[in-house]
Design a protein around this ligand. Structure first.
Ligand code: WT7
Length: 629
């Protein structure tokens, strides 16, 4: 990309009701940010003190560039803060999880019930030989047991690796193998648009190639239940039914790993981002409570799946550490009709609603009549995450869903950051198109290639200057890839995003600088899709680009060259799409496939995706001096 470039900034502002500000946990952003900057360690220490520790830390932070430790030598178990402390402090009967199924079923787990389920499943895992440090892969639909499984791992110090239920067998197998998971937890099926997703079947296909997996726990939802293979499979209900009810939390060090979560890299295989116990707990707790301004009576609904970082941090760990009521809903936003989400907001009295721009744009397309049918007056705060929230979508969300009453917190962060880094705190003036300012606790900047800040109105690289508690600690099995985050621009963590600041310090995120494609809020690596395409018999080579799309943000376009003797005849496009779907899942399927005689390449043989992209979008391809011919 160009060294720096001018960006025209729209200057519209929305001022929320002054009451929002008066009542907020952070009534004065500037003051809170100032307090943090004067004493960053003291700031985080005060947050950490609100949570449960078995032994206190010696030092708040140890920064040995590019490696950070937080709450050094502190001992904890994140489930003691997410469960035990609430059960002990009068939230026993409070709903922790309210689950809603596609056909209207509802299940409520109070904090006490959730704690009980977690302890039972934790003991069940122990009986399968899972212990501290072992990896457990969780491949489940959006049901309470998915969350129970995550917390049960945390309870006994096992490291979970959750794989989103929309991924196919190859994507699942790759992630299991990279993590070396010993146990896989899955379900017979998920439900989506009135149909079943055969998770157990996909899991069985995957584990033919995963030697590390010893046992598979299967949650059976269908009746009659599928027959299980007694040599390998264990019934979830039987396992928990036989397990002892009490499971004291394993004592974990602050820096022990809590989970691995895979995110697509621009080149090579997906990266297993490693998060640890102490800092992650403190960072997600603080941001959940303060950025969403969660109060005791709130009902919090984050529409993500726990298979993504948004679900880890803002369905499971952050909101439960706060002690709020968390809504989860299996299925899609427009099934059985486009009013499904708004009906749920009304019926459950949701007060804080957190979703992605792609969903907001989809609702916009269905029209105002759907939300108009329901009473959305319980809503108090709206959130957005995953991609830039374009001004049109902001305004629609603000007016039609928020009734011009609710502040919108557009939260910028990444799998790697673990927690929000930029937003507009509740009560602050909002600017459509801008995520906002660094949260108190984060030091964020927009810089040129050398790390020098660029002036307001000039685009540059979005970086983070100081370590933060919930930051990734490494890439599983690949420290070099971890170090690359901190070495691309000297001294800073490089986010890979382009951004611009305005005169007031508001940050507008412009998108990815590298080859990642964000499709409907899901981060897809070009390399993974290309390699799936190339694994098809007919395909010689493939190059994949993101193409702006009004609904999904981006869609995938694939350029494919065929093997000699193969012609793009009957049904090949469909066949390739099916092939990618089967291997990587529906999120990675190209919207368009174009057959080419050859792909543009550099002399060293690297495919030049930006040339394809420029051609596709009718733009100047820029410097093509490295082009093969
Ligand atoms: C990338 C990280 C973090 C949860 C979901 C995605 C983009 C994320 C925003 C936002 C503009 C955003 C960035 C970022 N992104 N939030 N509010 N405004 N862009 O996590 O899969 O790790 O993707 O998502 O490009 O780098 P992820």
């Amino acid at each position: 990309m160009a060294e720096s470039f001018a960006v025209k900034l729209e200057e519209k502002r929305y001022l929320p009701d002054p009451q929002c500000r008066t009542n907020a946990w952070v009534p004065d952003y500037s003051q809170a940010y100032g307090e943090f900057m004067r004493d960053p360690e003291g700031f985080w220490e005060n947050v950490a003190r609100e949570l449960v520790w078995f032994e206190p830390w010696d030092r708040v932070r140890e920064w040995n560039y590019p490696y950070a430790k937080w709450f050094v030598n502190g001992k904890l178990n994140i489930t003691a803060s997410c469960l035990d402390r609430h059960v002990a402090a009068g939230r026993k009967e409070k709903p922790a999880i309210v689950w809603h199924g596609e056909s209207g079923e509802k299940r409520i787990l109070t904090y006490e019930a959730l704690q009980r389920e977690v302890m039972r499943f934790a003991n069940g895992l122990k009986s399968l030989g899972v212990g501290k440090g072992d990896r457990v892969c969780i491949y489940m639909p959006l049901v309470p047991e998915q969350i129970v499984a995550m917390l049960a791992c945390a309870r006994i110090g096992a490291v979970h690796s959750v794989v989103f239920g929309g991924f196919g067998p190859d994507a699942l197998a790759m992630r299991i193998n990279d993590a070396g998971a010993k146990v896989l937890v899955t379900a017979d099926v998920g439900y989506r648009r009135g149909k079943t997703v055969p998770l157990r079947e996909i899991a069985n296909e995957a584990i033919r190639h995963t030697p590390s997996v010893e046992r598979v726990v299967v949650l059976r939802r269908e009746s009659p239940g599928a027959g299980l293979d007694p040599a390998r499979e264990v019934d979830y209900a039987a396992l928990t039914g036989e397990a002892a009810p009490d499971c004291p939390p394993e004592v974990m060090d602050s820096e022990d790993p809590l989970f691995i979560l895979y995110t697509s890299g621009s080149t090579g295989a997906p990266k297993g981002i490693v998060h640890t116990c102490g800092g992650y707990m403190v960072g997600t707790y603080y941001t959940a409570r303060h950025d969403f301004d969660i109060k005791e009576t709130d009902v919090f609904w984050c529409t993500a799946d726990p298979g993504w970082i948004t679900g880890h941090s803002y369905i499971v760990y952050g909101p439960l550490a706060v002690g709020t009521t968390v809504v989860i809903a299996e299925g899609t936003p427009d099934y059985p009709d486009p009013g499904a989400y708004w009906r749920l907001v009304q019926d459950l009295g949701v007060t804080i609603f957190y979703t992605a721009p792609t969903a907001i744009r989809m609702f916009m397309r269905y029209g105002d009549e759907w939300p108009a049918k329901y009473d959305l007056s319980t809503l108090r705060v709206l959130g957005s995450v995953g991609e830039p929230l374009n001004p049109e979508a902001f305004e629609w969300y603000y007016r039609t869903i928020g009734g011009e009453r609710c502040p919108i917190v557009d939260t910028w962060w990444q799998t790697e950051t673990g927690m929000h880094m930029i937003t507009t705190m509740v009560g602050e003036p909002m600017k459509p198109g801008f995520a906002g300012k660094p949260i108190p606790g984060a030091v964020v900047d927009v810089v040129d290639r050398t790390g020098k800040p660029v002036p307001p109105g000039t685009g540059g690289f979005l970086v983070i200057r100081e370590p933060w508690p919930a930051m990734l600690r490494t890439v599983h099995g690949n420290d070099e890839r971890y170090c690359a985050y901190w070495k691309t621009i000297p001294g800073c963590y490089t986010t890979g995003d382009l951004a611009v600041k305005d005169e007031d310090g508001y940050i507008m995120v412009l998108g990815r600088a590298d080859d990642l494609i964000v499709v409907a809020g899901h981060n897809i690596g070009t390399a993974e899709v290309e390699s799936a395409l190339v694994s098809h018999d007919a395909v010689a080579e493939a190059a994949v680009i993101g193409k702006p799309d009004p609904l999904k943000g981006n869609v995938i376009k694939a350029f494919v060259t065929l093997r000699v003797g193969v012609s793009p005849g009957d049904g090949l496009t469909d066949d390739l799409a099916r092939h990618v779907r089967k291997s990587l899942g529906p999120v990675a399927v190209p919207a368009e496939i174009e057959f080419m005689d050859r792909l543009p390449k550099t002399r060293s043989g690297k495919i030049m995706r930006r040339v394809l992209k420029a051609r596709e979008l009718g733009m100047d391809p820029g410097d093509i001096s490295t082009l093969e011919e």
